[in-house]
Unconditional design. Structure first.
Lengths: 180, 234, 133
């Protein structure tokens, strides 16, 4: 039996915990606590990690880890990213500056993203369309990065599955050509 | 006002000739056309194969597409004899320049719409697969940026091809082997990406040989990824 | 950012005095941070150039993960965890309050005595549990 890890990060309220819950075989373990950040209207926030798991038919396990979204917990990002197969970055397009949010995660995971497959999922694009997927593509291109960018509603399991499927394509691409 | 002329699926020698003629006429005839390597275009010169494969699509842009050689049932007004007759080509450019100027000066967005639409629609036209394969054989391409949603159109095959090309510089054979798509489909998709200026060509000498992908792809894919996809119901 | 105005009246002041006193009176203690459970520092005292915000965030993560360990193990609520290191130790202690959950994080070097530091942290926790009520 082998064990692998997929990491989900993103801004507070982007739906990391929800996304893990959508596909996990077990009830996710969450470390959310009361939120005292007056700038975000959210009752609770993740301060440790979220944990879910997939048990595959060949006996392998996929561990799903969700990180805290705030920058003050970035020390956990590097720890949780170790030996991850791939990274999902969830962005909430309703936030004041979602491109700045994306930049924060691209900076926070910069050393990992040199090799780690990654997919960007953008939520609430339908209700907050000012920042478009092209804007995200522009932002990545400016950094010399190309990652799939998808719209996603993490409350819909099909959307989360599509996100993971795209990440799997990225992982396959890296494995097939022996990328480091 | 400068007008942009593009091409669809021309052989490299024809493309070079068209480019040279456009530059020549800009100087000698003071025409307002410039050759554009990427969309948007105001008009295009098309290969007859692409035109034959997409009759409905090209019919929507009558007057803005010049076809090399004559196709049955097609008006002679928008064809040029092949090999390209320079004087015929010049006359067509003059005629279209006058009509486009009138159209563009007449009003704003509604009048511009049919002209500028060609930029996007032409860039997504299905090219002649045989010609694309020939011209792209041996070349390897990587995505420069993620394609816009309206180019992918929610197509899972296109998403898969784009995903692989976002990570690696691939030839058509490699892309076909990795994605399980027919090579013609890969070639068509790459042509669309190329027309939309989304690709970077990578020198093949710097990359792994073609055989490496074909040998590694199947067993790798048939392991963890397949199991995970089954589990998720994909 | 944390809104100190919304903290129970007097609590930040009590926390700051307790942190300063602990640093001054307990041998070997090099840093004391009292934080909200979601990682915002409310009070702190240092001997060096530590980053209060970072320590507060770490304390909340440790507290949260430790809480989950306690729950998963069926051992009730998290109270404290001690991190032993080559050159000292760190203590993370929960403060039982109904209105705002707090975490105390004390860092000590090799000169500190673990039992003494743990006793003092317990005293601070009791003090904060009843302060500003």
């Amino acid at each position: 039996m082998k064990e692998y890890k997929l990491l989900i990060t993103g801004t507070m309220g982007a739906g990391k915990t929800t996304a893990i819950r959508a596909i996990s075989d077990i009830e996710p373990i969450v470390t959310d606590v009361v939120n005292h950040d007056s700038s975000v209207a959210k009752a609770r926030t993740t301060v440790g990690l979220d944990y879910g798991m997939l048990s595959l038919d060949n006996g392998d396990r996929i561990r799903l880890f969700g990180t805290p979204g705030q920058a003050r917990f970035d020390f956990l990002w590097e720890i949780l990213a170790r030996k991850a197969l791939g990274l999902v970055i969830l962005i909430d397009n309703s936030r004041p500056d979602p491109l700045a949010d994306l930049a924060m995660f691209l900076d926070g995971f910069a050393s990992q993203l040199a090799r780690l497959p990654c997919v960007v999922g953008v939520g609430r694009l339908d209700t907050h369309p000012a920042t478009t997927l092209d804007h995200y593509a522009d932002a990545l291109e400016a950094r010399g990065m190309v990652f799939p960018i998808l719209t996603v509603d993490v409350r819909q399991r099909a959307d989360v599955v599509s996100l993971i499927d795209t990440l799997l394509g990225q992982i396959e691409a890296g494995m097939a050509l022996d990328l480091p | 006002m400068e007008l942009r002329l593009g091409t669809i699926n021309l052989e490299p020698k024809d493309l070079a000739y068209v480019r040279a003629l456009v530059r020549l006429f800009a100087h000698t005839e003071k025409l307002s056309w410039s050759f554009a390597d990427a969309a948007p275009y105001h008009a295009v010169v098309a290969d007859p194969g692409a035109r034959a494969a997409n009759p409905g699509f090209f019919a929507a842009f009558e007057g803005l597409v010049l076809t090399l050689g004559h196709l049955p049932g097609q008006s002679a007004a928008d064809t040029v004899a092949y090999p390209i007759r320079a004087n015929q080509f010049r006359d067509w450019l003059k005629l279209r320049q006058d009509s486009l100027r009138e159209l563009l000066h007449r009003s704003d967005t509604p009048a511009m719409q049919p002209v500028m639409e060609i930029a996007q629609v032409v860039s997504t036209a299905a090219p002649s697969p045989a010609l694309v394969k020939t011209s792209q054989a041996g070349r390897r391409y990587k995505l420069r940026r993620w394609p816009p949603a309206d180019l992918l159109r929610g197509d899972s095959g296109a998403m898969r091809m784009a995903t692989f090309m976002s990570r690696n510089a691939l030839s058509m054979a490699q892309l076909a082997a990795l994605t399980g798509q027919p090579e013609d489909t890969c070639a068509s998709f790459v042509a669309v990406l190329h027309a939309a200026n989304l690709l970077v060509e990578v020198v093949a000498a710097e990359l792994a040989p073609e055989t490496a992908v074909a040998e590694q792809a199947a067993p790798v894919r048939r392991g963890l990824m397949a199991s995970l996809r089954r589990h998720l119901g994909i | 950012m944390i809104d100190i105005q919304n903290m129970p009246a007097g609590l930040p002041g009590v926390a700051q005095r307790a942190a300063a006193a602990c640093l001054a009176e307990v041998a070997g203690v090099t840093a004391v941070v009292i934080a909200t459970v979601d990682g915002f520092d409310m009070a702190s005292a240092f001997r060096g150039n530590q980053d209060a915000a970072r320590i507060a965030a770490m304390a909340s993560s440790i507290s949260a993960i430790s809480s989950m360990v306690a729950v998963e193990a069926g051992l009730g609520s998290f109270k404290s965890v001690t991190i032993g290191t080559d050159a000292g130790f760190a203590i993370v202690q929960a403060v039982p309050r109904q209105d705002v959950e707090l975490v105390i994080h004390v860092i000590a070097d090799g000169d500190a005595i673990l039992a003494q530091a743990m006793h003092r942290v317990g005293v601070i926790a009791k003090l904060l549990a009843g302060a500003g009520a």
